[in-house]
Design a protein. Structure first.
Length: 208
C-alpha cells in the first residue's frame, strides 16, 4: 500500500508527533512523515524529528519581509518533500490563506476540547483546560478537524469525550486529554491514508 506523505507542524515538545511516529512503527498508521516544521528553533518536535531521521525545518514568518514570502517559502518546502497532507500538532500559528487553498481539505488540526466549544484564537494548551473547568463542564474531549481560514472552525473529522473528574486541575485534565489525543490523531490520519474521507459541503463523511 502506498504510504501517505505527511508534514507535521509543531511549536512545542512534540508529544503528538512522537505518538504518530509510534503508530507508524506499529503499523497502525500507513503513512510516512516526510517533514517536521516548527516556527521555533528550540521546539522539541524538531529534535524528535532528527532522532527519527525525518527532515526538520525551522521556518518562521520573522525570517521574511512579508507573509506572502513566508507562505511561498513554506509551499516550496512542502512541494520539495511531496507532502500530501499537513498535520498540525500543537502548531500555534495561523496557516496562511495561500497555503490553506493549496492544500484545501488536506490540512488537519488536533484541538484539546470538543469544538466548537473552547476554540478560537488564543485558546490553546492549558488555557483550554482552565476554561473548561471554569465553566463547570462535566465532559471535555478532543477534536480532529479540517483547517480553513478561521481558527478552529473547520469541519470535525473525529471527536472523543474525556470525563472531567471532581477536583481536576488544568494540568491533570490536560494529561488525560493528551492520552486521547495520542490515539485519535493517528486514527484520523489513517482515514486519509485509506481514502475514507469524503467532503460534502462543509461536512466530513467517513466512508465505510
Amino acid at each position: 500500500m502506498k504510504r501517505l506523505k505527511i508534514a507535521v507542524f509543531a511549536s512545542g515538545r512534540g508529544s503528538n508527533l512522537a505518538a504518530l511516529l509510534s503508530a507508524i512503527e506499529r503499523g497502525e498508521l500507513h503513512a510516512q512523515i516526510v517533514l517536521v516544521m516548527s516556527n521555533k528553533s528550540d521546539a522539541g518536535a524538531l529534535e524528535i524529528a532528527r532522532r527519527h531521521d525525518v527532515p526538520a525545518l525551522h521556518l518562521s514568518a520573522k525570517m521574511f519581509s512579508s507573509a506572502t514570502e513566508f507562505d511561498q517559502a513554506l509551499l516550496a518546502h512542502l512541494h520539495r518533500h511531496e507532502v500530501e497532507l499537513i498535520a498540525l500538532a500543537g502548531y500555534l500559528k495561523k496557516i496562511g490563506s495561500v497555503v490553506v487553498r493549496a492544500y484545501k481539505n488536506r490540512i488537519v488540526n488536533i484541538h484539546p476540547a470538543l469544538l466548537p466549544s473552547f476554540g478560537g484564537q488564543g485558546m490553546y494548551g492549558i488555557k483550554v483546560h482552565q476554561a473548561v473547568l471554569n465553566y463547570g463542564c462535566k465532559v471535555t474531549g478532543v477534536t480532529v478537524h479540517l483547517v480553513d481560514d478561521e481558527y478552529d472552525a473547520g469541519a470535525p473529522i473525529l471527536q472523543r469525550c474525556v470525563p472531567v473528574q471532581p477536583g481536576d486541575t488544568p494540568e491533570a485534565l490536560a494529561a488525560r486529554v493528551l492520552e486521547v489525543e495520542h490515539k485519535i490523531f493517528a486514527e484520523a490520519l489513517q482515514l486519509f491514508a485509506e481514502d475514507r474521507i469524503e467532503i460534502i459541503g462543509r461536512k466530513v463523511r467517513i466512508k465505510p
